[in-house]
Design a protein around this ligand. Structure first.
Ligand SMILES: Cc1cc2nc3c(=O)[nH]c(=O)nc-3n(C[C@H](O)[C@H](O)[C@H](O)COP(=O)(O)OP(=O)(O)OC[C@H]3O[C@@H](n4cnc5c(N)ncnc54)[C@H](O)[C@@H]3O)c2cc1C
Length: 293
């Protein structure tokens, strides 16, 4: 029986074109697997003004440049990268069927590398402030570049206080700004603010109240959490933790047979090096599965 004309078939499909998905694609292509990457839009790494903890880049690397290198590397070995957001994923006897951009795709194995989406406050000028490194989202990534500076953390729950404790090992000048009203759990040192109270100027973040400047900060860390992009796997019954992060075994396989996951969508440290490591483990396991081991 021949496949219907709109049906594409692959040995492996990777959902997501961030560091995890693109690294897995390189491995799978080098294992000489027919692999498709479905790219549903910008990777979280595209926000990164300059990363200084990515292995092999002692002078730093822009997120966009790293993504471009990873994409070139995967394509160099034959991975196909196609724009399209996966809207549905289901199990079939030969593996999985996906729907993306009106087309149907079947694959024996699937890697979910869909990452997370950060919750952002509606402060005018926020995007430019993130791109210039004034506003940050990942203390593990770049607290080193904030040593001894004036730091504010904007949160609306316990995450802000946790990040404050971490950042106080880099600077003594750390203020927690509570978005909205302070809660019973908030420490007395927390300052309660609204989105209109913060302004960005060239080099600093200004906290104003009734026209008066209350404080200036060199960096604002957002601690508002993120939405884990695990819905496709969860719709198939994959196990998740209380935050929605996927739970995987030692080979990065989710609780759904043949469905693997790597990167920020998996419970763990949201880092490029972790995404790449998990992608390598997943790709090797997918290759072994395809060759019957
Ligand atoms: C401001 C900032 C600075 C950072 N700095 C650093 C740093 O210095 N060092 C470091 O290690 N990490 C840093 N990080 C974290 C790093 O960006 C992430 O850990 C990394 O991008 C995770 O890679 P990933 O491939 O898992 O997810 P992502 O990079 O988020 O990629 C996920 C991809 O999946 C796609 N996708 C989602 N759903 C679908 C769907 N249904 N169909 C198709 N595609 C879909 C998305 O569009 C996206 O392209 C930083 C993050 C931010 C926001």
């Amino acid at each position: 029986m021949t496949a219907p004309p709109d049906l594409q078939t692959f040995e492996a499909v990777v959902i997501g074109a961030g560091p995890a998905g693109l690294t897995a694609a390189t491995y799978l292509a080098r294992f000489r697997r027919r692999v498709l990457v479905l790219d549903g839009g910008p990777s979280r790494a595209a926000w990164i003004p300059e990363s200084h903890n990515t292995p092999g880049f002692p002078q730093g690397v822009r997120g966009a440049d790293l993504l471009s290198r990873l994409r070139t590397q995967a394509q160099e070995f034959g991975a196909i990268i196609q724009a399209g957001r996966v809207e549905a994923l289901e199990a079939i006897p030969t593996g999985f069927r996906l729907e993306a951009g009106g087309g149907r795709i079947e694959a024996a194995t699937v890697l979910l590398a869909t990452g997370v989406v950060d919750r952002l406050p509606g402060i005018p000028g926020l995007e430019a402030a993130i791109r210039s490194s004034l506003v940050r989202m990942c203390p593990i990534c770049d607290a080193y570049e904030a040593i001894d500076s004036r730091i504010a953390i904007l949160g609306d729950g316990p995450l802000a206080e946790r990040e404050a404790r971490f950042l106080r090992t880099y600077s003594q000048d750390v203020t927690v700004l509570q978005f909205g009203e302070a809660t019973e759990e908030s420490s007395p040192a927390v300052v309660s603010i609204g989105a209109d109270d913060l302004k960005f100027d060239d080099q600093t973040i200004v906290l104003r109240r009734a026209g008066d400047v209350m404080a200036r900060f060199d960096h604002l860390y957002l601690a508002l959490g993120c939405a884990i992009q695990s819905d496709l796997a969860v719709s198939m019954g994959a196990r998740q933790d209380e935050t929605g992060s996927l739970l995987v075994d030692g080979h990065q396989m989710s609780s759904v047979e043949g469905l693997y996951a790597a990167g920020d969508v998996v419970r763990g440290l949201n880092q490029i090096s972790v995404a790449a490591g998990e992608a390598a483990i997943a790709a090797a396991a997918m290759h072994n599965r395809l060759r019957g081991f």
